[in-house]
Design a protein around this ligand. Sequence first.
Ligand code: PLP
Length: 282
Amino acid sequence: SEVFLNGQFMPAQAAQISVMDRGYLFGDGVYEVIPVYAGKAFLLAGHLARLQRSLDGIDLKNPLDNVSWQTLIQDLIARNQGGDQAVYLQITRGSAPQRDHVFPPAVLPGIFMMSNPLKPIPEHWLKTGIDAITVPDIRWQRCDIKAISLLANCLMKQQAEAAGAQEALLLRAGRLTEGAASNTYVFLDNVLITADTGPEILAGITRELVLQLAEEAGLKVSLRMATEAELHRADEIWVSSSTKELIPVTKLDGKRVGSGSPGPVWQDLFQRFQNKKQEVQA
Ligand code: PLP
C-alpha cells in the first residue's frame, strides 16, 4: 500500500523514521482514524476538528490547514484504490538530537498517514452481539486527547482477548467511562446513558452521530457515566467506533445482557446509522 510520510507518498515498505522521533521514544503524538466508504471519508470535518483539539491538548501546532489535510487524505484514498478503507494519520513532535522529556526548541513534527481496507464487521456480531468484560480503567486523566501512547488500552484490550471477549468496558471509581477502543452506551429503563464529553473519555465522532440519531429517534438521553450496577442491569449495551460503527454487547462478564440478543433500540439506531451513511455519501 501507499503511505504518506513527511511530505511524500511512498510504498509502505519504504517508509522509515528516525529512532529519535519522540513518537517512538515517548509516545509523544496524536492520531486519528477516519472511515472511508466508497472512496469518501466519512464525517471528515469532525475528525479534523478533533485532531486540532488533540494537538492543542499536547501543545503542538497543526502542521497543515484543513484544506491541505482534506486534499492529502483524498489523494491517499485514491492511491489505495478507493472503496471502503480506514485512514490512519498521526502527528508526532518529531526528533531532537537528544532524548529529553522537555520539548525541543525547534520542532518539525512528523506526519504519517496510511490507509488499509476497512475490515467488514463480522456478520455474527450484528446477529448475536459481542462479548465484553469489565476492567479497571487504568488510563491517565486526559483521555479526551487522542494520544498515540495506547499502552493502557492495549493491556485492557488484551485482557478482553484473553477472556474470549471482543471489548473491555472500563470502570473508573465504579462508573463506566468507555471501552478500550470505543464509546459505550447503556440503555436502561427507557433511557440511553452515555458518558458526557470531558477528560475521562474520548469524544468519539461516531458517538456524536449516535447521539444525533438517538435524538432523531426520540430517545431520552442522559449524558453521564452509568454506574457499575446500572451496567449490570442494562436492557441493552452497545459500543461504537469509526471502524466498528455501532455494535451490540450481549454478554458482559460471562452473563447475558438483557434478553441476551441484540435489542430493538440498537436495531433501530443501527438502521438509522446505515441510512445516514447512504445519505452522507450520496
Ligand atoms: N474511545 C476510545 C478509547 C477509542 O480508541 C475510540 C476509537 O477507536 C473511540 C472511543 C471511538 O471514537 P471514534 O468514534 O471517533 O472512532
